[in-house]
Write a protein that binds this ligand. Structure first.
Ligand SMILES: NC(=O)c1ccc[n+]([C@@H]2O[C@H](COP(=O)([O-])OP(=O)(O)OC[C@H]3O[C@@H](n4cnc5c(N)ncnc54)[C@H](O)[C@@H]3O)[C@@H](O)[C@H]2O)c1
Length: 278
């Protein structure tokens, strides 16, 4: 893999482009946005059309709008325009690739779903569709690994895949707790960063629970504290997010996006370095 095409240069596409170029790959990016030249990372080439971006690509990472019709049209074009050997990956957060490869050759199309920002966060969920070949899965996994990412292959398509389904469960209760006036958005964030976030950077929910049970392990936890946890009735937030949007803007709106993003990246990189050293 030497040449990568990045289609869509929003939040995710720009971050992928940065990761690819930092690993010495030739990167061509395309996006109709008027300010594209001002936002592309140094060393990334701009292509004026999708066809031009993918013409000699070995790997395509798609990051356009999260919209089924958009992805159907775009992937039909990618299958037509990219070289036969090129892998075609979508960053989609929730749409399985089987849904947008109906009627086209989907053997080299699959999901490569990152967590924002992909130049920092290691996970890539690799999700084959019904037509995806095993060879495409293996090549995608090898490619992401060569970039220092941690690909996890998921063997059954489900909307939202694994990471976003887990995130949605937590986000739903977080929204409910803020709407009910139990905590402010900043206090809820403090609860997470000072407990679950720290824990989950080192042990996942299952190993965490196994340790939470002491020497009796997961069996002890499941049959002891687990009983009261299973009995908790979780809330359902309102369908109108407006009050929540205002509360989050009150908490963080006075800082710029770039200042908040820089602090996040610096702290997350420090955590990754600490994990590598331990
Ligand atoms: N934001 C996240 O946290 C996140 C995380 C993981 C995956 N994703 C997924 O990544 C994809 C992109 O999300 P985003 O948050 O970067 O969105 P975004 O709105 O920031 O960027 C989308 C970009 O696609 C561009 N675009 C529109 N039509 C295009 C075309 N024909 N050709 C090329 N580019 C075109 C837009 O101009 C825009 O810059 C989505 O599928 C999303 O689900 C997002």
């Amino acid at each position: 893999m030497k040449t990568v095409a990045v289609v869509g240069a929003g939040v995710i596409g720009l971050s992928w482009a940065r990761l690819f170029v930092e690993h010495g790959l030739t990167v061509r990016i395309t996006d109709p946005r008027a300010d594209l030249a001002e936002v592309v990372p140094d060393g990334v080439q701009i292509a004026s059309t999708v066809a031009e971006a993918v013409r000699d690509a070995d790997f395509v990472q798609e990051n356009g709008p999260e919209n089924l019709e958009f992805k159907k049209t775009l992937f039909a074009e990618l299958v037509r325009e990219a070289p036969q050997h090129a892998l075609l990956l979508s960053s989609s957060s929730a749409i399985p690739s089987t849904a947008f490869t109906e009627g086209i050759d989907g053997s080299r199309v699959l999901i490569g779903h990152p967590f924002n920002p992909p130049h920092v966060i290691p996970l890539v969920e690799v999700v084959p569709g019904q037509q995806t070949s095993e060879e495409s899965v293996t090549r995608a996994v090898e490619f992401y690994r060569s970039l220092g990412r941690t690909p996890v292959v998921e063997r059954k398509e489900i909307p939202g895949f694994v990471g976003n389904r887990l995130q949605a469960a937590l986000s739903r209760e977080a929204a409910y707790l803020v709407e009910q006036g139990v905590v402010t958005p900043a206090d809820l964030d403090a609860v997470v960063t000072n407990s679950l976030g720290l824990r989950w950077a080192t042990v996942g929910p299952f190993l965490g629970a196994h340790l939470g049970g002491g020497p009796g392990g997961y069996r002890h936890l499941a049959t002891h504290i687990g009983k009261s946890m299973r009995g908790l009735e979780l809330g359902t937030p309102s369908q109108d997010p407006e009050r929540l949007i205002e509360a989050v803007e009150d908490a963080y709106g006075s800082s710029t996006y770039s200042a908040l993003a820089e602090t996040r990246d610096r702290k997350q990189l420090a955590v990754l370095t600490a994990l590598e050293e331990n």
